[in-house]
Design a protein around this ligand. Structure first.
Ligand code: ATP
Length: 367
């Protein structure tokens, strides 16, 4: 097992006419045995980061350490990492057994030892019955399990998973996600796992790295990222539906600090007022999750609007409410509630669950 550290690493791809800064001054680390998930939108540099750790790309600057050792001069095959790709990359002419045994055979592992490790791993992943089949005779989920198995038999120091579940249907994704989590609990091997699916990231990671434009925007435990996003990008990327953001300004109304926004004037009290009191007349954005807004009246933060969309999700409704200004908030209501498009409704925001972000481009958390 091993720790992985990326220190101030950048990777620029230079074309004839332009250049792409795929990874930009990135620093992160995974402790020995940690399951670290890199999540972010398409093109934010997740795969490039994994490829840098694997040694398939060279950084323009910065240091990558595996087990505290700078691996700049270590060839990919000597880094003792195993990578599992999105497209499985199995050898089509080989059986499952031979696919799984291939890496060990290349390393000249004795035949008896190969057989023991392949069968043990196949048992672990429920592949024993499939060992004599070829990849073309397997379902997508089975092929993906073989790809994982092929990585596991090598007993590497670090696993690098690059969107391993993205080719699978929703049900299989959930099944394999649970298997990968259980596998990590059993093997306790360090894992760097890339996905663009925020729910997958939250479910799998001991910690989550939220990336955008080659940079880490926040590195934290999943619940912390959800409960206290460091900036507006993280707030909008993590959680479904995406966090509501209401534009407004901080103003003083006598002695009271007020958020003057799209749904009215909401008085702020205690710590929030103290934190925002100095920002008088500044543009800010109030963030609140759909689960923290409900239909009803009263409270320090309430407003009215017109229902513009109702989505029934079985166990709850997502109700989209539009203010006169055109701004929209999505709230969660229980599935039994009767609410229709065009209806005028009142809604209440749970005061203790709101977030404030700066109204500028970065949108850093204010409180
Ligand atoms: P996705 O989720 O779509 O796979 P990603 O977050 O993994 O995206 P990367 O594959 O790391 O993103 O790519 C980051 C950026 O670098 C993208 O703009 C991509 O087009 C660019 N890029 C990646 N590899 C190369 C390459 N070999 N040459 C030129 N540009 C590249």
């Amino acid at each position: 097992m091993a720790s992985v550290a990326i220190e101030k690493v950048s990777k620029v791809f230079r074309g004839r006419r332009d250049e792409v800064r795929a990874v930009d001054d990135l620093s992160l680390s995974a402790a020995d045995g940690e399951f670290l998930v890199l999540v972010g939108p398409s093109g934010c540099g997740k795969s490039t980061t994994l490829r840098l750790v694997a040694g398939l790309e060279r950084p323009n600057c910065g240091v990558i350490r595996i087990n505290d050792r700078d691996v700049a001069k270590v060839a990919p095959k000597d880094r003792d990492v195993a990578m599992v790709f999105q497209d499985y990359a199995l050898y089509p002419h080989m059986t499952v057994y031979k696919n799984m045994a291939f890496g060990l055979k290349m390393r000249k592992t004795p035949r008896g030892e190969i057989d023991r490790q392949v069968r043990e791993t196949a048992e672990l992943l429920g592949l024993t019955e499939l060992l004599e089949r070829r990849p073309g005779q397997l379902s997508g989920g089975e092929q993906q399990r073989v790809a994982v198995g092929r990585a596991i038999v090598r007993k590497p120091n670090v696993f690098l998973f690059d969107e391993p579940l993205s080719n699978l249907d929703a049900k299989l994704r959930l099944e394999l996600r649970a298997q990968i989590k259980a596998l990590h609990r059993r093997l306790q091997t360090t894992i760097l796992y890339v996905t663009h699916d925020q729910q997958e990231a939250m479910a799998l990671g001991d910690r989550v790295v939220v990336m955008n434009e080659g940079r880490a925007r926040q590195i934290d435990a999943p619940q912390r990222v959800y409960d206290r996003p460091d900036d507006r990008f993280v707030a909008e990327f993590i959680g479904a539906p995406t966090m509501n953001l209401v534009r407004g300004r901080i103003v003083k109304d006598g002695d009271i600090v007020v958020f003057d926004g799209d749904f009215g004037r909401w008085g702020l009290s205690g710590e929030v007022a103290a934190a925002l009191g100095g920002l008088e007349d500044c543009a800010v954005e109030l963030g609140v999750r759909a689960s923290d807004v409900s239909l009803g009246e009263g409270g320090a933060m309430s407003g009215t609007g017109q229902v513009c969309l109702v989505e029934s999700l079985g166990d709850c409704l997502h109700v989209h409410v539009r203010a006169k200004s055109g701004a929209t908030v999505v709230l969660r209501a229980s599935s039994g509630v009767s609410v229709e498009v065009d209806q005028e409704v009142s809604m209440v925001v749970e005061v203790a669950r709101v977030h404030f972000f700066a109204g500028d481009e970065v949108g850093a958390r204010l409180c």
